[in-house]
Design a binder for this molecule. Structure first.
Ligand SMILES: [Zn+2]
Length: 109
């Protein structure tokens, strides 16, 4: 099944989903039943975010020549949590900095 765009001379464009084998050059308008001609449009290709496009390009380039990193590059985002990260392992959390304070109160029953 493919989606085709037809243009009614008195209304507007409308889409018709039909098999390629039964495609006709004209189609009746769903609003006024006027004979409408097919409009040729650019193919509906999926668009992706620029950052994702750059990441896919880097992954493709890395398949041929892998990039080896021996340290965290400058400008790289830092881990959001200081409790654990793959470079330094576990880090202690100061009890005074916890949400709820040093000795959080117990729930009352
Ligand atoms: Zn129409």
């Amino acid at each position: 099944m493919a989606t085709y765009v037809f243009r009614c001379p008195s209304c507007s464009d409308f889409d018709v989903i039909q098999p390629m084998s039964s495609l006709t050059p004209t189609h009746p308008c769903p609003s006024c039943t006027a004979e409408s001609h097919r409009v040729f449009t650019a193919p509906h290709l999926a668009t992706i975010a620029p950052g994702l496009h750059r990441a896919i390009g880097a992954a493709d380039a890395s398949a041929e020549a892998p990039q080896v990193v021996r340290s965290i590059p400058d400008g790289a985002p830092r881990p959001r949590s200081r409790r654990w990260n793959p470079m330094t392992g576990a880090a202690p959390v100061d009890a005074a900095q916890r949400s709820g304070g040093r000795y959080p109160s117990l729930p009352r029953s």
